[in-house]
Ligand binder design. Structure first.
Ligand SMILES: Cc1cc2nc3c(=O)[nH]c(=O)nc-3n(C[C@H](O)[C@H](O)[C@H](O)COP(=O)(O)O)c2cc1C
Length: 205
């Protein structure tokens, strides 16, 4: 069974390197990850006053995230932090209070940059939000992809053979295994609880 993965790219740029990296992760694990790019550029800025009558774009975004088995964040770093457009999407999905669509969704965070530190600052700001939102985030391998450029990809936007593609392949496999482990563990726990409840019922019968 392929897991449904919602990909959120923190760049609106047409030729975004991060979007291409996201596509490569899906391409390398296409048999087990059923990926959809979730667009965030049209989301009105989060405003708590609108919680009672939310814009249709918020509703659409929340439904798309709710339907996913896992979330893949691929984002640039802007001024050593999380791009505003991505932070807005996270805020939109996190509300109304108590109804966050991110709750318990397994996630991975990948940041790519032409710079040498691979968006480390942005990566950890996304991770910080994910901790608060109760998302189990894949710990390893960490994915600060540095020195990424247009030259890292071929004309069709796929990663060229080399160390970056190898690393992204490792990431893709690790993310699948992470999502799989979380969902299998939850299913096993639910089965155990159902079994325990049945046993208790029989004892009281
Ligand atoms: C507003 C802005 C701020 C940026 N700040 C950083 C930064 O802090 N660290 C970094 O590595 N690159 C920074 N960059 C360069 C981006 O990494 C580069 O433009 C990258 O290609 C953006 O990702 P994308 O290709 O997915 O759009 C910045 C770019 C912009 C437009």
């Amino acid at each position: 069974m392929a897991y449904k993965i919602a990909i959120i790219v923190g760049s609106l740029r047409k030729d975004s390197l991060n979007r291409k990296v996201a596509r490569s992760i899906c391409g390398l694990r296409g048999d087990n990850l059923d990926c959809s790019m979730i667009e965030i550029g049209d989301l009105p800025l989060y405003n708590q006053d609108l919680d009672g009558d939310p814009p249709e774009q918020w509703v659409r975004f929340r439904q798309q995230i709710a339907a996913a088995d896992g979330i893949l964040f691929c984002s640039p770093e802007y001024n050593r932090g999380i791009p505003g457009v991505l932070k807005n999407a996270i805020d939109v999905g996190s509300r109304p209070y108590g109804q966050s669509v991110f709750d318990k969704k397994p996630a991975a965070i990948v940041t790519a940059s032409p710079g040498s530190i691979g968006g480390f600052g942005s990566n950890h700001q996304i991770r910080q939000a994910a901790v608060f939102l109760n998302m189990p985030v894949m710990q390893q391998p960490e994915a600060y992809l540095g020195h990424v450029s247009d030259g890292s990809f071929d004309e069709s936007g796929c990663l060229k053979d080399g160390p970056l593609k190898d690393l992204v392949g490792v990431l893709a496999h690790a993310f699948h295994d992470w999502v799989d482990m979380i969902h299998r563990s939850r299913a096993a726990l639910a089965e155990d609880s159902a079994h325990a409840a049945q046993t208790k019922d029989k004892e009281h019968a």
